[in-house]
Design a protein around this ligand. Structure first.
Ligand code: HAM
Length: 441
């Protein structure tokens, strides 16, 4: 075909649009239950906003061009930098903590593949001005409830929890300098996906002497599954460097966060998992990703704390933590788990008439019924009753209202339940129609 949809972009036919709206409505309801308020930001931004702030992986995936005014611009690959700018600009007048959410389209020039497209929707949920782990607990709970509202549960998905703070402390004990920290973190983020030889080659650049013991420690760290093992691992490590106090204080944050998650009864959904590092450069504390329960497939959601980004962008200090859930992997999961709803795009009532002279009665009633909140359809060209009923059956429509000359003469219509075949005469006199019809629904 001559004009095809661009690779990685989707057209939404009505059924797909219904699914998208359904997901958005669940996302909105979850955000509302947690009193997150909605914001939005431009889809097109100055490219500078994303350069360095999001990390090299995302910058390589930008949809960017020079606009007619000579500005270097990019379609947003994520919401967080725009949001950080919005919050930073009002940092002094905002009531804190601020809890904001948004649902919007994002664009990344990735190789289109399962779970990854070039245009996708994200549900972004963020909290500002709260540095305690209560904010993380609130977000993790909201993320879990969003999945649950779509019919998914702990047998379907899990939240993998990790920590950039402990990652940095771990890397510091192996002598990684501040200036190399982001490069090594980015390597660690890819460690599970790239081959061992390539990893070794890149790591030797940063850890020339201690390489073997580093790998040994790394393999222990990624096996840690509970707070006791996490504690023992870091307490043993801390003898290598003078970071004992930092580690103890951080382990206390971990205990507090796990306690909070426990209080809400969500511990069954949480896995401690240090293979999670997160590709984005701005994270500073706890990070988490959601996956299918068996760990297969691409991430369903990702987030974490980013306490420096707003300062770096706007000069105003503001602690921040949030997550984004994507629609593409979510729809794949709902499909696999057979949780995709069936949408009824049919009218509540179809008004049938075989004679154009009766159209005016049907149209009058259509208006009354639509104003009462019903979905009403009638034919643009009248057709025989038999033809109408055949097509209504094919469309699986439940109820029809029949306008026959005989009935209309007495100001009546015939209500027909197409599933049971039952017919009832109903009066349309004196505005009775709506109430009469409700009796049969
Ligand atoms: P992210 O991990 O880059 O985080 O994206 C979050 C989610 O968006 C992913 O888990 C995935 O579901 C979806 N996603 C990302 N890229 C694609 C793609 N190419 N195709 C389909 N879905 C995709 C962020 O974007 C952070 N800004 C999240 C955040 C909010 N952190 C703090 N606040």
């Amino acid at each position: 075909m001559k004009f095809e949809t661009l690779p990685g972009f989707r057209a939404f036919y009505p059924d797909e649009c219904a699914l998208r709206n359904f997901i958005f409505s669940k996302w909105k309801a979850s955000a509302n239950a947690y009193t997150f308020i909605e914001y939005d930001a431009p889809t097109l931004e100055p490219i500078e906003l994303f350069k360095e702030k999001s990390g090299s992986e995302i910058v390589n995936q930008l949809f960017n061009f020079t606009d007619k005014g000579g500005r270097a611009v990019a379609l947003r690959p994520e919401m967080t930098p725009s949001l950080a700018r919005l919050i930073g600009a009002k940092a002094n007048s905002l009531r804190l903590p601020a809890k904001w959410y948004s649902i919007g389209e994002q664009f990344r020039y990735e190789r289109p593949q399962k779970g990854r497209l070039r245009s996708f929707y994200q549900f972004n949920v963020d909290i500002f001005g709260e540095s305690g782990v209560g904010a993380e607990a609130e977000l993790i709970a909201c993320l879990i409830d969003s999945f649950k509202s779509l019919g998914l549960d702990s047998c379907d998905f899990k939240i993998c929890l990790s920590d950039r703070t402990l990652w940095v402390l771990f890397l510091k004990t192996f002598g990684i300098s501040d200036e190399n920290m982001n490069s090594v973190l980015s390597l660690m983020d890819k460690a599970q996906r790239i081959n061992v030889e390539k990893l070794k080659e890149s790591l030797l650049e940063y850890i020339p002497d201690d390489y073997e013991s580093f790998l040994d420690s790394l393999s222990q760290l990624i096996k840690v599954k509970n707070i006791e093992d996490l504690s023992s691992f870091f307490n043993a490590l801390s003898f290598r460097e003078k970071v004992v106090d930092d580690i103890e204080s951080r382990l206390n944050d971990w205990r507090r966060l796990l306690d909070l998650v426990n209080y809400i009864g969500l511990d069954a959904y949480i896995d401690i998992d240090f293979t999670i590092v997160r590709g984005l450069a701005y994270y500073t504390g706890f990070v988490f990703e959601a996956f299918e329960a068996d760990g297969k497939g691409r991430a369903l959601a990702g987030g974490g704390r980013y306490d420096d980004l707003i300062h770096r962008l706007t000069g105003n200090q503001m602690s921040a933590v949030g997550f984004a859930m994507g629609d593409v992997t979510l729809i794949d999961l709902l499909r696999i788990k057979k949780k995709l709803p069936v949408f009824n795009l049919n009218p509540d009532f179809y008004l049938v008439f075989s004679d154009e002279k009766l159209r005016s009665y049907a149209m009058q009633d259509a208006s009354v019924l639509r104003n009462a909140g019903f979905k009403i359809e009638y034919p643009f060209k009248s057709q025989s009753f038999s033809k109408s009923f055949k097509s209504l059956k094919q469309r699986d429509i439940n109820f029809a209202i029949l306008y026959g000359a005989e009935e209309i003469d007495k100001d009546n219509v015939k209500f027909i339940n197409l599933k049971t075949g039952k017919e009832n005469l109903i009066s349309r006199a004196n505005g009775k129609l709506v109430n009469e019809l409700r009796k049969f629904m």
